[in-house]
Design a protein around this ligand. Structure first.
Ligand code: P53
Length: 475
């Protein structure tokens, strides 16, 4: 009973939210470098390149670029078995379309992974985590352009070859399904580098970009397995289950369609083909996507080894009485769940939803799963004696680990590991804030960018150390 003996306890970050050093070591401008700071309810703006006078929180972030040795030593102290981060694409290919990689960028990740391995910490690496080269957006239109498949695959190949003896666990595209929210500007940009023109069919464009990414992912998976057959290459899905608001069969069908629209991506990654409901949907909509026979072949041959996913919250949907086809529209059909509480940012807290999600994935796909993000974004208070008593974070994580345990012990799902998000405080992806903190380690920096960048353990640091130490028994 309990978690596997080799359970991968760790923590997760992404390059653009932590590293800073946005123009150091030959790095190019990424899409995260042109996003301003927002706030709760205030969207981050996407500027046309890096403009003077704007506040770009990712430019310095927490300077993990300069502090990684100190930070990894702290992770080792907590007992991390693994550490998830991403490789900033622009450190390797500053503009995305070069033929030769940037050696200084490659060297940085050699050092970073060596530092992890020195402590027996297994690197878990995402290739594309909201940080594609901005030049690919400007010059190619991002993933609306088929050429981006080749650019991504070249990037993946360089990383696989260079780190083949240092990194075993990989993921291709972070939260590839976020862009299902295609009527917003943020997700299609962060996922795919899409900037919509006036009058464009946002939905059709998003499906096209997602298709190219799925092909790029499948090609990378095949290549990775050739380079090192030991590689475990996963997909990465943002799992936010959508419950029916009531047992009204109409609400249930809304939930079915919502789950289709959010999670068909997983079908393609795992099974290697589009589910029939999506083919019918494209037909009904009259979408003629650029999807060649060769693409479909690639998808079939490049299926993933495991399902990596993030879990923060759940949603609920109801039938509004206006769409007899039960066609889910995230702008209209989501509803507040009265049975659960929410964070200060309105994220509904639902640990049982994690058990449900593990079951849902396992029922559908029977693949090993890796929870590569989970956590509680909150405002932390520095007490007068310098301590940070983040009991609320401990409570959140404990409840979620208990749910994982139930899924393993009672339901028998196959769970490989758990890497809570933002194991050290970093810049929020959604809002660009520093004050939305997830870490076991506090970083002295505020929303305006002031602070010493000094690191400090929170109460949750010792708690998580004890969780890892007991393989999840001592919560
Ligand atoms: P922040 C939306 C919904 C669920 C997860 O998010 C999301 C998002 C996008 O904001 O993103 C993931 O920082 C993502 C991370 C991100 C983390 O969740 O907005 O993979 O990069 O930081 C938390 O609180």
């Amino acid at each position: 009973m309990g978690f596997r003996k080799d359970f991968l306890w760790g923590g997760a970050i992404a390059a653009h939210q932590a590293e800073g050093g946005w123009n150091k070591g030959g790095k190019g401008v990424s899409i995260a470098d042109v996003m301003t700071a927002g706030a709760n309810g205030v969207a981050r703006r996407i500027t046309d390149g890096v403009l003077p006078g704007e506040n770009y929180p990712n430019h310095e972030a927490i300077d993990f670029y300069g502090h990684y040795k100190e930070d990894i030593a702290l992770f080792a102290k907590m007992g991390f078995k693994c550490f998830r981060t991403s490789i900033a694409w622009t450190r390797i290919f500053p503009n995305g379309d070069e033929n030769k990689p940037n050696e200084e960028g490659l060297k940085f990740y050699d050092d970073l992974f060596d530092e992890c391995l020195k402590y027996g910490i297994e690197p878990v690496v995402t290739l594309s985590h909201f940080e594609m080269p901005y030049a690919l957006v400007k010059n190619y239109g991002g993933f609306r352009n088929r050429q981006c498949i080749d650019f991504f695959v070249r990037f993946a190949e360089v990383c696989f070859r260079r780190y083949k003896d240092k990194v075993k666990y990989w993921m291709t595209f972070n939260e590839i399904n976020n862009q299902a929210k295609c009527q917003d500007d943020f997700e299609p940009f962060t996922n795919s580098g899409l900037i919509y023109q006036e009058g464009e069919d946002r939905e059709a464009l998003m499906y096209q970009a997602a298709h190219y990414e799925l092909v790029a992912s499948a090609k990378a998976v095949q290549l990775g397995h050739r380079i090192n057959p030991q590689f475990q290459i996963g997909c990465m899905i943002a799992m936010t289950p959508v419950y029916p608001y009531s047992c009204d069969p109409k609400d249930m069908m809304m939930s079915v369609d919502a789950m289709h629209k959010y999670f068909w991506f997983t079908d393609v990654h795992v099974r290697g083909y589009y589910p029939s409901y999506m083919m019918k949907f494209f037909e009904r909509k009259g979408y003629h996507l650029d999807m060649t026979d060769e693409d479909l072949q690639e998808l079939k041959q490049g299926t993933v080894d495991y399902i990596g996913f993030s879990y923060y919250m759940s949603f609920a949907t109801h039938y509004s009485g206006t769409n007899p086809e039960f066609e889910f529209d995230y702008k209209k059909d989501l509803i507040k769940n009265q049975y659960v509480e929410a964070s200060d940012w309105g994220w509904q807290i639902d640990p049982i939803g994690l058990r449900y999600s593990l079951n849902w994935f396992y029922d559908h796909y029977q693949l090993p799963m890796f929870i590569v993000e989970n956590g509680f974004g909150a405002i932390d208070q520095l007490e007068e004696d310098g301590s940070i008593n983040d009991q609320y974070r401990i409570d959140y994580l404990r409840a979620h680990i208990e749910a994982m345990k139930a899924a393993v012990d009672i339901d028998g799902v196959d769970l490989m590991g758990y890497t809570p998000w933002g194991c050290i405080d970093i810049v929020s992806a959604g809002t660009g804030e520093m004050k939305k903190r997830y870490g076991f380690i506090y970083v002295d920096k505020d929303n305006e960018g002031h602070g010493t960048l000094q690191r400090k353990k929170k109460k949750s640091f010792d708690w998580y150390q004890q969780v890892i130490n007991s393989n999840g028994e001592n919560l």
